[in-house]
Design a binder for this molecule. Structure first.
Ligand code: AMP
Length: 280
């Protein structure tokens, strides 16, 4: 496995690989890899002849008061686990290589980013879309892999790829969870033992919502209110949003549409903001 830091060198290398008929799979990450990330790499390994994993804590997707500086950076450990999961190339650029002096081009996705994390984290999805667009141009993958845990991000990337005519297929993989249901996240490392216990509230709320729907409840307002009250029973939890939306448009729905209903939430546990979702 190779570790490449320069966008230009990676681009040259992958152009040459493409000419030989390689099928390139790409997994963009911010590192601090866990089983969720590794599931994407393993799937890419199965689908593709060449697997590229990027590890880049992207400054443009963090707000001024967010955790850019504190975000865990564990390149050595990540390289080893990526290799074991089947990566051929790690792309780990410096920030200055991705955003050199004079940089001024950004990608804006309008409607899909108005609500949810887009509302709470202004500019976040512009940063995400911009870096993913740059990475797609550098890697030119045939397949790119993302996790359903970041549901809105998946919709944003799919929209961008379609709108900007990227010739690639986006594969969304299921959320990998801890034994007690907590969605794996690099940010779980911030939780104290007490907060870690409290963090299961997100998954419990999703399960409760699914159960209500299975039991025949159709009114999303009733489900939403029940789940909000339930989540607030956890003293360490502070709800950022808890919504029931259409899976494609991310617009609110008043009644359950089976197969097209998304329950999605962001909750602060202490100072750590966690997200999760499920499709019913
Ligand atoms: P990140 O490093 O947080 O930017 O995540 C990189 C990719 O891994 C994104 O496509 C995430 O959606 C995906 N991912 C993060 N956590 C999980 C998880 N628990 N299960 C599956 N995919 C995940």
């Amino acid at each position: 496995m190779k570790i490449i830091h320069s966008p230009q060198i990676l681009q040259q290398e992958l152009k040459a690989q493409h000419k030989t008929g390689a099928i390139i799979g790409f997994v963009p990450t911010m590192g601090a890899l866990h089983e969720g990330h590794l599931s994407l790499i393993r799937r890419a390994r199965r689908d593709c002849s060449l697997v590229v994993v990027s590890i880049f804590v992207n400054p443009t997707q963090f707000g001024p008061n967010e955790d850019y500086n504190a975000y865990p950076r564990t390149l050595e450990k990540d390289s080893l686990s990526s290799q074991q999961a089947g990566a051929d190339i790690i792309f780990a650029p410096a920030s200055a290589a991705m955003y050199p002096e004079g940089y001024q081009t950004y990608i804006e996705i309008r409607e899909l980013t108005k609500g949810l994390c887009g509302a709470t984290r202004p500019g976040h999805f512009t940063g995400v879309a911009t870096v993913v667009c740059k990475l797609f141009n550098i890697v030119c993958p045939d397949f790119a892999y993302f996790g359903q845990k970041d549901y809105q991000q998946c919709q944003v990337i799919k929209r961008m790829a379609a709108d900007l005519n990227f010739d690639l297929q986006i594969i969304v993989m299921p959320t990998v969870r801890e034994a007690d249901g907590l969605a794996m996240s690099s940010r779980n490392a911030y939780l104290s033992p007490e907060e870690r216990k409290a963090a299961t509230i997100l998954y419990c709320a999703l399960q409760k919502g699914q159960k209500m729907i299975q039991d025949g409840v159709q009114e999303t307002a009733l489900i939403r209110e029940t789940l909000q009250n339930f989540t607030q029973l956890e003293k360490l939890a502070q709800i950022d949003y808890l919504e029931i939306l259409h899976t494609e448009t991310l617009a609110p729905i008043s009644r359950i549409q089976l197969g097209h209903t998304l329950i999605v939430l962001a909750v602060k546990i202490g100072r750590t903001r966690l997200i999760d979702n499920c499709v019913v």
